[in-house]
Design a protein around this ligand. Structure first.
Ligand SMILES: C[S@@+](CC[C@H](N)C(=O)[O-])C[C@H]1O[C@@H](n2cnc3c(N)ncnc32)[C@H](O)[C@@H]1O
Length: 242
């Protein structure tokens, strides 16, 4: 048997891959977390196990996957977005391989591009941004982000898991010299029911994002200003196309 790490996509159940859905439908055990759409869990005919948000360490989770694999059950570990983008997929692959179990990783559509895309923001755009920096707002070891590097990186900045620390992150980037007028957005529950977002200048985004809930992505950069332009065909002449 194989243990499959499958990317579920950013939230909308239609955004899983065809291969991912086939595996969910065919598996004997499905292990999933809270970011996964309930509609996808309903597709599973085998036993399902929801990982609690708190109270389970990565080591305990690895053990669950290993024991399901050892029982000989075709197991799918369904993860939000892509397993290898801030998804701890690498750790799970290592643990399973160490236990001698075959593993296959099925990529998913990451929030990285799909969530900004859900409000009309392309994370790259020719002539506007040719570089993307992605960071986690929460590090495993608790070390602080390198705000100087983030403030000086050209292009688009995408911050995962940053909502709880949004004021500190924005203050850090501004203190490190980022232009306070840089366009920014916070997108909550992108591609899901209840999606909401805030857009504005960097120095106002904390206030504008008040009340938005997790999961949320922070996007900083000139591409955010394209959202409105791409929605209004009359303004397309100002874009670099062709
Ligand atoms: C543990 S990371 C997992 C990322 C995932 N592996 C991916 O590729 O999208 C969870 C973070 O991803 C972001 N995220 C995931 N889904 C999102 C969504 N639908 N809307 C906004 N942010 C999302 C949030 O920053 C959230 O805190």
């Amino acid at each position: 048997v194989t243990v499959y790490l499958v990317g579920a996509g950013p939230g909308d159940p239609g955004l899983i891959t065809a291969r991912g859905l086939e595996l969910v439908r065919g598996c004997e055990a499905l292990v999933y977390d809270s970011l996964v759409a309930p509609e996808l869990v309903e597709e599973a005919r085998g036993a399902t196990f929801r990982i609690p948000r708190e109270g389970l360490t990565q080591a305990e989770l690895n053990e669950i996957l290993i024991s399901l694999g050892r029982e000989g059950l075709e197991t799918v570990r369904l993860k939000g977005g892509d397993p290898f983008v801030f998804g701890r997929g690498g750790e799970e692959v290592l643990a399973l391989r160490r236990a001698g179990l075959p593993v296959e990783v099925v990529p998913g559509v990451s929030a990285l591009s799909a969530v900004p895309g859900s409000i009309g923001v392309p994370i790259t755009h020719r002539g506007v941004s040719a570089q993307v920096t992605l960071v986690s707002g929460q590090s495993a070891g608790g070390e602080e982000l390198d705000f100087g590097q983030l403030a000086s990186a050209p292009g688009t900045l995408v911050v995962f898991m940053g909502l709880a620390r949004l004021p500190a992150i924005i203050a850090g980037i501004l203190a490190a010299g980022k232009d306070p007028a840089t366009p920014a957005a916070v997108v909550s529950a992108g591609t899901r029911p209840g999606a909401a977002s805030a857009q504005g200048e960097l120095n106002a985004i904390v206030e504008l994002a008040t009340g938005l809930a997790s999961p949320a992505l922070l996007v900083v950069g000139e591409v955010v200003a394209l959202a409105g332009l791409l929605e209004r065909p009359a303004d397309l002449s100002s874009l670099a196309v062709g």
